[in-house]
Design a protein around this ligand. Structure first.
Ligand SMILES: C=CC1=C(C)c2cc3[nH]c(cc4nc(cc5[nH]c(cc1n2)c(C)c5CCC(=O)O)C(CCC(=O)O)=C4C)c(C)c3C=C
Ligand SMILES: [Fe+2]
Length: 422
């Protein structure tokens, strides 16, 4: 009996996919052999890496050392939103942070804000309802405070952490002002995109009269790996996140704020978000040797060009038989590696995004690069170097940008950032 079709001759979805890859596609390519995906199962059907958390997972919001969505195993989907505050009194900001915190605690438990179907005919539903029958899906919503929170509007200037400021102009920046900055940020991540969407939609609704959405990015697939997770691929087809921060000791050293200059930030961190457009058509027409040179890694395995396996430690001094460095000095990893940056490291928690096609029919897609670190200067140092000479620059453009201070998680009954106002 065939393992790829039903007895009645109907094709199963798996069989259809198998035929597409092994049959139809091969025919269309004039007989070129297909390559089995790393996770293909016995009958050739593609099985996705199964390292997402179960949909019933509900992460606690209160009483944690850190907000969720940072060290949390990276969920498959994300929506990032930056907001402008339209008020200028600290009380309104406090109320918004308190209301957001209470709502996020509900959402992370898989609950709605209130009745989806109120009993009174004239009542407007508090919750929009699209997550009513969905599981919590490992939702985390992370709140960040932009540099504007510490300007003269809210009387909080003396609470600004010493290292926190707007990002400076960086080499190769092609920032669109409409996708840049923000007084507040929300990062919603979940295994179900509708759960993340519901959170941002309802939190934005709650902000009416206090804050307006400035820019958003809808991430549809994780493009970084956390501890124990399979390394996913970005839209350039390369494994992304192989050498990410994964150990607790590295989180302590490079991610968590020690609260030394501002006690309210202890256990918090800084978030850098960049919307990075990819010139995908150019990339797709580049030859493989150049693609691998750009990253300094092989495409299929993700190995450093000095080695064989994904997790081999890169040898940046190794030369090939031609006398050239195996990992080019201007490759992305040679420039970004901690070995070549005085030990400096950041946590990457990025997502692929697509905005469809632009008016010229070109694919409008890229990387929602999100990174966490205990000093934003780490990003500035790396991006100053990358922006100058990274081979990758030919294929990308940084179009959106924001930096946010992320307070620790609130105690039970409190709210994110409460200690800032004490
Ligand atoms: C300023 C920091 C970084 C930006 C911006 C950035 C953009 C960016 N990166 C990729 C793809 C890959 N990056 C990889 C490694 C890597 N990238 C950074 C930093 C930035 N990347 C660091 C610190 C590292 C680790 C370097 C190392 O220690 O070896 C990799 C290789 C696999 C991995 O280790 O993750 C890929 C692939 C894209 C596509 C991109 C912008 C669109
Ligand atoms: Fe990178």
């Amino acid at each position: 009996m065939s393992t790829t079709s039903h007895d009645d001759g109907r094709f199963s979805r798996r069989a259809f996919l198998g035929a597409g890859i092994g049959g139809l596609a091969v025919g269309a390519l004039g007989g070129a052999g297909g390559v089995a995906w790393a996770h293909a199962d016995a009958d050739g059907a593609s099985a996705l890496p199964s390292d997402g958390v179960p949909s019933t997972t509900a992460y606690p919001f209160y009483g944690q050392a850190h907000q969720g969505g940072i060290e949390t195993p990276q969920q498959r989907h994300a929506i990032f939103a930056a907001y402008d505050l339209t008020v200028s009194d600290p009380r309104s900001l406090q109320v918004l942070l308190a209301r957001w915190s209470a709502a996020i605690a509900q959402f992370q438990r898989g609950r709605s804000l209130g009745a989806v179907e109120p009993t009174r005919d004239s009542a407007v539903p508090t919750d929009t309802g699209e997550a009513a029958d969905l599981e919590p899906a490992g939702l985390t919503v992370t709140i960040g405070l932009g540099p504007g929170v510490f300007d003269d509007r809210f009387g909080l200037a003396d609470r600004k952490p010493a290292k926190f400021a707007k990002l400076p102009a960086l080499p190769s920046d092609q920032l669109d002002p409409r996708l840049t900055g923000g007084d507040l940020s929300l990062q919603a991540c979940a295994e179900d995109p509708q759960v993340a969407y519901h959170a941002i939609r309802n939190l934005s609704r709650m902000a009416q009269g206090t804050a307006t959405v400035r820019w958003t990015v809808m991430g549809f697939g994780r493009a970084s790996a956390g501890k124990g997770q399979t390394t996913p691929r970005n839209l350039m087809g390369f494994k992304d996140g192989t050498r990410n921060i994964k150990e607790d000791a590295d989180f302590d050293a490079f991610v968590w704020h020690d609260g030394a200059d501002q006690a309210w930030m202890k256990g918090g961190t800084y978030q850098v978000a960049r919307k990075i457009q990819m010139h995908i058509e150019n990339w797709d027409s580049d030859f493989i040797a150049d693609q691998q040179s750009v990253f300094g890694r092989s495409k299929q395995e993700g190995a450093p060009l000095s080695g064989t396996h994904e997790f081999d430690v890169p040898d940046f001094a190794k030369k090939g038989s031609d006398g050239e460095l195996a990992i080019p000095a201007t490759s992305h990893v040679a420039l970004a590696a901690h070995e070549n940056n005085g030990g400096l490291r950041i946590l990457r928690r990025s997502y692929n995004f697509t905005d469809g096609m632009n008016e010229n029919g070109q694919i409008n897609a890229g990387l929602l690069f999100v990174a966490y670190m205990n000093d934003p200067a780490a990003f500035v140092t790396l991006q100053t170097k990358l922006g100058r000479v990274d081979q990758l620059n030919e294929y990308i453009a940084h179009v959106g940008s924001g930096v946010f201070a992320v307070p620790p998680a609130p105690a039970s009954g409190s709210y994110v950032g409460e200690a800032l106002f004490r």
